[in-house]
Design a protein around this ligand. Structure first.
Ligand SMILES: Cc1ncc(COP(=O)(O)O)c(C=O)c1O
Length: 391
């Protein structure tokens, strides 16, 4: 089956926008009439709505999630000579941004059941490093990263936690704290495929720290502190008015979309378990289905399922991908390499291996999940997967 005939894609952004088209076009017409296309009123409104949605005192929009991380770290004065704890399993931008600032990532292992940073491992690897100046935690696939003992250690020593929340808007941790609730600043991506996606690149930060928010707002506009006055070097990371307008419209639907994602993820979990899938900490074995679920989020309402990810016994994964795609079912490997295995970051590979990161790169597989998917298609994906793996 060719790409154009794909029966169940990973995502369907055209379908997602069908119902919103009249509202988006009306918003565009208004913008055209205003003649203002960068920053301006739509950005101010979106920032206020975003802050309210996240329960954060301040939100600042910018051009991408990558820039949001750069701006947050820069505003915390992270730079050359500094070391930053970060998981070895994430999208490239998480670590690349801090390296671009001249900082050094301390790549740490992950917990196999959640795929998020292992706080104990982070303390072991970074605890005695005198250059350790920040933690970049990542809420992978929409599950908040719980830092436990690492958070207490950071609080005692005044080490700021920057949360890469590119994939987790709307999530809560086990204690009920929202995205950004335990971090100095959280960084969001509104890349089109994200749970709240713009119609192009966009990002933002949320924080309770008003001074930090003000500095980030200056840094996103070249560091301009008063009209025509530049105290420090920033970047051009302004947010387009059109993207802010589209995001304001879409934000009103986000809770409904997140609920749909959660229901579909629960349906996947229940069907796979009924077919004999393993729970998070059971070992793969030849007499069981070669699929393992991740740990259930503390309560189903706590994760946002940016991606629905399962683990497949490594020796069966490639064959399964081929079989699913052969039947028109999308699936993706996030992420095929650890960050320390990326050629551009290899200089920072740790001496002690990242065993769980590397295992995850061989086993993880994301299955189709988007709010409009519908339970019948989930059943079709599971039926195809089980049929192939039972052979
Ligand atoms: C975990 C993570 N961090 C950072 C980013 C960067 O965001 P953006 O693509 O908006 O620059 C993304 C998304 O692409 C991401 O998934």
């Amino acid at each position: 089956m060719s790409g154009s005939e794909i029966a169940i894609p990973m995502q369907d952004l055209a379908l997602a926008h069908e119902a919103l088209e009249p509202e988006l076009l009306a918003g565009l017409a208004k913008l055209l009439a205003s003649g203002r296309f960068v920053q301006g009123e739509p950005v101010r409104s979106f920032e206020a709505e975003l802050a309210r949605y996240c329960g954060a005192p301040h939100a600042v929009g910018c051009n991408s999630g990558t820039d949001a991380i750069w701006l947050a770290l820069r505003a915390l004065d992270i730079g050359p000579g500094d070391a930053v704890v970060c998981p070895g399993f994430s999208f490239f931008a998480s670590a690349a941004t801090l390296v671009r600032l001249g900082a050094r990532p301390i790549f740490c292992d992950i917990l196999p059941g959640t795929l998020n940073l292992d706080p104990e491992d982070a303390l072991r690897r970074a605890g005695t490093d005198r250059a350790w100046k920040a933690v970049l935690s990542v809420d992978l696939f929409g599950r908040l990263c719980e830092l436990g003992p690492l958070e207490a250690h950071c609080r005692e020593r005044g080490i700021p936690i920057v949360e890469d929340a590119a994939q987790s808007i709307g999530a809560r941790d086990a204690s009920g704290a929202p995205v950004g609730g335990r971090a100095r600043v959280a960084c969001l991506s509104f890349y089109p495929t994200k749970n709240l996606g713009a119609l192009g690149d966009a990002g933002g930060v949320i924080t309770a720290d008003g001074e930090l928010a003000a500095r980030i707002a200056r840094l996103r506009a070249h560091g301009e502190s008063a009209p025509g006055l530049y105290d420090e070097l920033g970047i051009n990371s302004r947010l387009d008015s059109f993207q802010a307008m589209a995001l304001s419209i879409k934000l009103r639907h986000l809770d409904r979309w997140t609920e749909a994602r959660r229901a579909l993820a629960a349906h996947y979990d229940a069907l796979l378990l009924a077919h004999g899938a393993l729970t998070a900490h059971e070992p793969f074995s030849a007499d069981r289905l070669a699929v393992k679920l991740l740990e259930p989020a503390a309560a189903p309402a706590h994760a946002t399922y940016h991606r629905y990810v399962v683990r497949i016994a490594a020796e069966r994964r490639d064959g399964l991908i081929e079989a699913l795609r052969g039947e028109g079912i999308g699936c993706e490997v996030y992420y095929p390499r650890g960050l320390h295995q990326q050629p551009a970051l290899a200089a920072f590979a740790p001496a002690q291996p990242l065993i769980e990161v590397e295992r995850a790169t061989r086993e993880c597989l994301a299955l189709p999940l988007y709010p409009e998917l519908g339970s019948a298609k989930v059943e079709q994906v599971v039926e195809t997967l089980v049929r192939h793996l039972s052979r």
